[in-house]
Design a protein around this ligand. Structure first.
Ligand SMILES: Cc1cc2nc3c(=O)[nH]c(=O)nc-3n(C[C@H](O)[C@H](O)[C@H](O)COP(=O)(O)OP(=O)(O)OC[C@H]3O[C@@H](n4cnc5c(N)ncnc54)[C@H](O)[C@@H]3O)c2cc1C
Length: 412
């Protein structure tokens, strides 16, 4: 949209049927400004019933304990004046609206799938689609998502992975009462990697409910002969909140996806950039995926506009774009793996305190990113220093928790 608005001819190639059911429904506190820049302010999205307010995140443990995570009211005052509200979104409706606006802005949407790229060394010259059409262009953005990663695969980019492979199962329930927040249900067992359940109100009447576990745990249960929906139901039955929802009728169709948090190194070339999950997969519990995708898209578009007359991205711009994506992905993924998923820290300080230890820098860094607007190499390195400091702190803290005696005595 930004490219078309600036007068460039833009074609977006995307198959009619999405490869994965749209997910990414609980937005972090940086997403609203990015949506506003696309002409979708929060109030409008809520009024149009494409979104509900997300005023807090609540962690509910199986033993009944719970914790609310709310940005401090002081953040809304001078000098910071930070917006304390964000949204849950109905992705089908939001994506429809985005598509409508994209077409209205002058972008040609082509319902096809890219199957091959044509290149001359590091430079792309054209893409070929499943229906046999060749599209040439001076510039390319790859936003093909986690499952495809077209250009990272084409250029064999090195991937940095975080944590084990995971599986998510999710469905939708009708509800009569709206909760203006995301709820995360978990049973943090001292010796085990964390599994969790999300509840996200995507409209006043519908909640999205999903279960995330490791690929290995899912495989073990499947080998015991359990069907996916039975595994899902068993998890939901652990929490009284879902009793009435499960009793109301059979489970709706279950969506299943597998993924692994990771980031590619080298996501910009002389005339191409990779954006969204094709570049970096941030763990869903961070609620940073949509923000990251919108940020990458805005950043990539701005770079193309700046350098399109020159026809090539200078090396420093490529390095800076790549570093921003790399550092943010490492920051969120290392933080959440060390502080919450792995047992060492939560065993020592308790899962609720782990949530606070994770969310405080995570929220702050999103704000720092939005305010710093790191475009050039200098600000990118400055941001990298701060992110690196937090990442190293998470690692050191986790190592200390592992080595100190009696690490498994506190939980909850
Ligand atoms: C289980 C789960 C829960 C999540 N929850 C959250 C959350 O609560 N909050 C949050 O912010 N984020 C969340 N995320 C992340 C979020 O879904 C994504 O980061 C966000 O949707 C951006 O994705 P994307 O646009 O990069 O990729 P996608 O949404 O996957 O889009 C990629 C598009 O490319 C198309 N495509 C693929 N291959 C080709 C090809 N060869 N040619 C043409 N088109 C192609 C696909 O059809 C698709 O339309 C979650 C992710 C998962 C897996």
């Amino acid at each position: 949209m930004q490219l078309a608005a600036a007068g460039l001819r833009v074609a977006c190639i995307e198959p009619e049927d999405a490869i994965r059911q749209a997910v990414g429904e609980s937005l972090d506190w940086s997403a609203p400004d990015l949506l506003k820049a696309l002409g979708l302010p929060m109030d409008g999205l809520v009024t149009e019933r494409m979104a509900t307010w997300k005023r807090h995140v609540t962690m509910k443990l199986r033993d009944g304990a719970s914790e609310h995570y709310v940005p401090g009211a002081w953040l809304a005052d001078a000098p910071l004046r930070i917006e304390l509200r964000t949204l849950h979104v109905d992705r089908l409706r939001l994506d429809e609206e985005l598509l409508k606006r994209t077409v209205e802005s002058g972008v040609s949407v082509i319902r096809d799938t890219v199957t091959k790229v044509e290149r001359n060394g590091d430079r792309l010259s054209a893409v070929h689609t499943a229906s046999g059409v060749r599209f040439s262009s001076p510039w390319f953005i790859d936003a093909s998502g986690f499952a495809s990663c077209l250009l990272p695969r084409e250029f064999n980019l090195p991937a940095i992975q975080f944590g084990p492979a995971k599986v998510a199962i999710w469905t939708y329930f009708s509800v009569s009462k709206l909760v203006e927040g995301t709820t995360l249900y978990m049973e943090p067992l001292p010796a085990e990697y964390l599994e969790w359940v999300w509840e996200i109100p995507i409209s006043p009447e519908v909640v999205s409910v999903g279960y995330v576990t490791t690929g290995a745990a899912m495989k073990a249960r499947r080998e015991q002969g359990l069907a996916v929906d039975e595994i899902f139901r068993q998890q939901l039955m652990k929490y009284p909140r879902f009793d009435t929802l499960l009793q109301a009728g059979p489970l709706g169709p279950c969506n299943v996806t597998s993924y692994r948090s990771r980031v590619y190194d080298g996501v910009a070339g002389p005339n191409w950039l990779v954006a969204g999950e094709a570049a970096s997969m941030v763990d869903p519990i961070t609620a940073n995926g949509v923000t990251a995708a919108l940020r990458h898209a805005a950043d990539a578009s701005a770079l193309i506009l700046k350098y399109h007359k020159r026809g090539t991205l200078p090396l420093r711009a490529r390095i800076a774009y790549n570093r921003r994506i790399l550092q943010m992905a490492k920051f969120f993924n290392v933080g959440i793996e060390k502080i919450l998923y792995e047992p060492a820290v939560r065993n020592r300080i308790g899962a609720r305190a782990s949530g606070t230890v994770y969310t405080t820098p995570a929220w702050s860094m999103n704000v720092v990113y939005a305010r710093l607007k790191p475009k050039g190499i200098l600000k990118t390195y400055l941001l990298g220093l701060v992110l690196g400091f937090f990442r190293a702190s998470a690692w050191v803290f986790s190592e200390c928790c592992k080595r100190l005696p009696n690490a498994a005595e506190t939980a909850g």
